[in-house]
Design a protein around this ligand. Structure first.
Ligand code: CAA
Length: 403
């Protein structure tokens, strides 16, 4: 029996970030903290902040729109639409249904939302990949969108690790960007309270240092499971992780990826585990350091960054990918870069998109944070830009449709 009939993977990416950001240097100064703690100690420079007309739906729709446009994909080609998020806008109606309406995706489509903290997007990706491999997709593609607004309280240790954004992944057979390696995946899940958000709270609660340890424990477990499933061992004189040309880890902040890489190399027996960090991980952290944590999309923003910023040709090379969701579920898996993938990502013009954002002063940022509770009762206004959140009437959220 041939277990996998198709090569399945990512055919296109789309990325959306908020229109505004905060400088962590200025936030540190305002909080009386040495800026080097945020820049070097955490590894983040700028943090995306969603404005009142932006939410998980608007970011998801914009990212998905870019993925469909850049790959000339028609709405009717989509047979599965899933949004992975931990900051949904409704307890019942999924973000995916709002996106379906905004993008004009037709009724013959399986539309739903997945949640497992930052792992929700990866859960959707693997589900979509299995749907295609099973043959049930019948030539259709899946649109998986990871969209979140990472929010902690003002003046909390988590405050400098916020961010917002969405990454859309178009999943197909014969993928143009990244082919997932069938069966090359390792899992580790456990019931822990490292990071969570009670139903009564808009802000996440976190046991910060414990969450770092949970991430690293889950990485060790998932990496060991990957090795057991890979069906191969390290060639003589090499480390197992030498089989990867580069890595993208879940990035709540850049330093966490450094800790993750050190962990993998140490497990492999590397006596100088930091030496390979810049070469194998550096490119993946460029965009995350300018956007902050975007929860479900963080790993995929790191992947996009890796393809965007790597100078050499990665075609045919294997990437090691690590997804972590608090609570916790983690997966280490791998994918092979397809010809033209780097050029396709560079054509998205993400550096220019980031450069167009407006900087918020710390006063403006705090004002935006304080008004967020009231947004659940925001009256309708006639916001004009495509996909903007317009407000709520009769308990129904309304968004501007593209013209
Ligand atoms: N110059 C340079 N570096 C400095 C410094 C200075 N002046 N001052 C401190 N640092 C360094 C520290 O040495 C430390 O580095 P190491 O981790 O390498 O030791 C780093 O800056 C952070 O310092 P602290 O640990 O003292 O910082 P903190 O206690 O204020 O909080 C945090 C850090 C726990 C990550 C906190 O920001 C937090 O709770 N964040 C949210 C939770 C989170 O992101 N967890 C990550 C794992 S869970 C996950 O990944 C899921 C998810 O997306 C949330």
């Amino acid at each position: 029996m041939t277990p996998f009939l198709f090569s399945v993977g990512i055919d296109a990416f789309g990325v959306a970030v908020p229109k505004t950001f905060v400088s962590l240097t200025k936030l540190a100064q305002a909080r009386g903290v040495d800026p080097q703690k945020y820049l070097g100690g955490l590894g983040t420079e700028l943090m995306g902040i969603a404005m009142p007309d932006e939410d998980t739906v608007t970011l998801a729709a914009r990212a998905a729109h870019q993925a469909l446009e850049s790959s000339n994909t028609r709405p009717e080609d989509i047979g599965m639409l899933v949004v992975g998020t931990e900051t949904a806008v409704d307890h019942s109606k999924p973000v995916a249904s709002f996106v379906q309406g905004l993008l004009g995706i037709g009724p013959r489509c399986r539309v739903f939302e997945t949640k497992h903290a930052c792992y929700g997007g990866t859960a959707a990706l693997q589900l979509a990949a299995d749907w295609i491999r099973s043959g049930s997709a019948k030539g259709q593609k899946a649109l998986v969108i990871c969209s979140d607004i990472a929010r902690y309280g003002l003046h909390t240790p988590g405050e400098p690790t916020q961010g917002a954004g969405a990454v859309a992944l178009l999943i197909s057979s014969s993928p143009r960007l990244l082919a997932l390696e069938p069966g090359q995946s390792g899992l580790c899940s456990m019931d822990v309270h490292d990071f969570w958000r009670p139903l009564y709270s808009k802000d996440a609660l976190v046991d910060g240092h414990y969450s770092v340890q949970c991430y690293l424990d889950a990485l060790s477990g998932a990496y060991a499971d990957y090795q057991a499933n890979a069906g191969t061992t390290a060639a003589p004189g090499t480390l197992f992780s030498d089989r990867f040309a580069a890595f993208a880890y879940h990035v709540p902040y850049g330093k966490m990826a450094r800790k993750a890489h050190r962990q993998i190399r140490t497990l492999d027996g590397d006596a100088t585990p930091d030496e390979s960090f810049e070469r194998l991980v550096g490119a993946s952290l460029r965009l995350p350091s300018l956007v902050g944590n975007i929860y479900t999309g963080s790993l995929y923003l790191a992947v996009v960054s890796l393809l965007d910023a790597t100078k050499g040709d990665l075609t045919g090379q294997r990437l090691g990918l690590f997804s972590y969701g608090s609570g916790a579920c983690a997966e280490f898996f791998s994918a092979v870069v397809q010809p033209g993938a780097q050029a396709a990502v560079q054509a998205l013009g993400l550096s220019a998109t980031l450069a167009r954002r407006r900087e918020l002063s710390i006063d403006e940022y705090e004002a935006v944070m304080r008004t967020r509770e009231a947004l659940d009762e925001k009256p309708l206004d006639a916001a004009k830009s495509a996909f903007a959140f317009q407000g709520i009437a009769e308990h129904r959220r309304t968004y501007a449709r593209p013209s």
